[in-house]
Design a protein around this ligand. Structure first.
Ligand SMILES: *Cc1c(COP(=O)(O)O)cnc(C)c1O
Length: 478
């Protein structure tokens, strides 16, 4: 033990001093390209990681020789990493279309172009071009939201309805509860006291909004009479939360939105639905069961509906609030609305996304295209990728898979497709996943029964070649 630690100390002494290292001719070129302090920082990091490997016992004499010979290259690579933003593009080969960890919905070309236009210069974000006076930023998306909902069959009119945009659906829900129910009671079914993910729990949000929770019914069954019985002079709001990320099957009962609306009218109480998905499509068309739908929710006559912009709508991250004009007026004048307002780039992307639906061009939205991608097309792409990997060190085989839409949108429902199953001789699936993440661009995959799956449903077809080249650079393990 003592000897081993003395050996390791001796190896550490072979690491060069920074000052001497910088006089090395190979480093001279780096110093002409980058500021000296950055080169010093990169060299420190590389040396520190070598020292750590030596002390861990992971580097012996010969391996260290090799690493010292290629030191300048390692420092150049570290410099490259240091000059990258930490947020960067990755290839999503998980098959999960709306993966929150990977940024949910990719934007359409039109949305990206519109962001570019607005970002590059000034815009009429809060300027009414007709009057020349100060305008409201959310008028931009409001008109299109109402037109889209109307065009797809929800009974909305410009004089009765209004819409506004906030940073995300969590903010939308919080703003609604705070505005409509602070200091009073909110009635909600025990079956809907859910955690949406990322720590968004309905009971916590309710408490923070200043409202008191009034739970009714049971986890699996809640009747309209349970709501009616719970109404007191303290009641401010009836809340419905869409169970977006799980399903309750079997002996269940839940009143329809229409029943809640009728009760709300009788008792002169607003009804608010946290709908979540913002789905405008008929999911049955791609073989998925329809759980909830933005159009149907707004059309049911509830006072207010909150949805996400970057789930099934396929747009930018934002929260969309649609409902009765008088209620939206109250939300807008809540001082919190100012804290939740999105930036101009969000409006730019959202308007372009809404316009795609209005032009019946939703296939220009990547999330929709991925959902609709036919299994035969996926199989063909997987076969082409597997063929390109034949000469590489990877073993690749095309297998049938089912993928999920994700983002807490269609619990339990899957889409049939294909994936390339990878194996690397003498490498665990975790190690292979890690190697894939270290590629440029990083590749994010999923595992199944000891193999790593590349599900091409979420890989853009134009990324297939990039993916194949990145995989081909993987060398056989020593
Ligand atoms: C996803 C979801 C949320 C949270 O939406 P964000 O836009 O991520 O804040 C809230 N409620 C429901 C029902 C959801 O499905």
């Amino acid at each position: 033990m003592l000897k081993a630690s003395a050996d390791r100390e001796a190896l550490c002494r072979r690491l060069p001093q920074i000052g001497r290292l910088l006089t090395d001719p190979a480093m001279g070129r780096l110093l002409t390209l980058c500021p000296r302090n950055l080169v010093v920082e990169a060299a420190r990091r590389v040396l520190a990681s070598l020292r750590e490997e030596i002390l861990r016992g992971a580097l012996h004499d010969e391996a260290l020789d090799l690493r010292l010979e290629t030191l300048a290259r390692s420092i150049a690579e570290e410099l490259q990493r240091m000059s990258h933003p930490s947020l960067r593009r990755v290839i999503n080969a998980t098959g999960v279309i709306l993966q929150t960890n990977l940024g949910r919905a990719p934007l359409s070309e039109a949305a990206i172009r519109n962001i570019e236009q607005v970002a590059r210069g000034y815009s009429n974000l809060e300027l009414n071009l007709e009057t020349g006076r100060r305008g409201r930023r959310d008028v931009h998306a409001e008109r299109l939201v109402l037109r889209l909902l109307g065009a797809r069959g929800a009974a909305v009119t410009d004089c009765e309805h209004a819409a506004m945009v906030v940073n995300n659906c969590a903010a939308a829900t919080f703003l609604a509860l705070n505005t409509l129910a602070e200091g009073g009671e909110v009635i909600v079914s025990r079956g809907e006291l859910v955690e949406i993910g990322g720590g968004f729990r309905i009971p916590d949000i309710l408490r923070k909004s200043g409202a008191t929770l009034r739970e009714v019914g049971t986890t699996n069954r809640t009747r309209i009479a349970d709501y009616a019985k719970a109404i007191t002079p303290e009641t401010r709001l009836i809340l419905r939360v869409h169970r977006s990320n799980f399903r309750i099957d079997g002996f269940t009962e839940q009143p329809s939105l229409e029943e809640l609306v009728a009760l709300g009218q009788q008792a002169a109480l607003p009804v608010f639905e946290d709908q979540g998905t913002g789905c405008v499509l008929r999911l049955e068309d791609v073989g998925l069961r329809q759980e909830s739908n933005w159009i149907r929710s707004v059309g049911s006559g509830v006072s207010l509906v909150a949805s996400s912009g970057d789930k099934l709508l396929g747009g930018p991250q934002c929260g969309l609030l649609v409902g009765q004009r008088a209620i939206l007026e109250r939300l807008r004048t809540n001082p919190l609305a100012r804290a939740f307002r999105p930036g101009k780039l969000t409006y730019a992307a959202l308007e372009a996304t809404l316009l795609a639906y209005l032009a019946d061009q939703e296939d220009t939205l990547p999330a929709i295209r991925m959902m609709r991608m036919h299994r035969s097309e996926l199989r063909r792409r997987c076969e082409a990728l597997a063929a390109r990997l034949e000469t590489s060190a990877l073993e690749a085989e095309v297998v049938a898979v089912r993928s999920v839409v994700g983002g807490g949108t269609t619990p339990g429902a899957t889409l049939a497709g294909s994936a390339v199953a990878l194996r690397y001789p003498a490498m665990s699936e975790e190690a292979l996943m890690k190697s894939l993440r270290s590629l440029d661009p990083p590749v994010i995959a999923r595992t199944r029964r000891g193999r790593v799956l590349l599900d091409l449903r979420t890989v853009f077809p134009e990324e297939d070649a990039v993916l194949a080249s990145a995989l081909a650079t993987m060398e056989a393990p020593a």
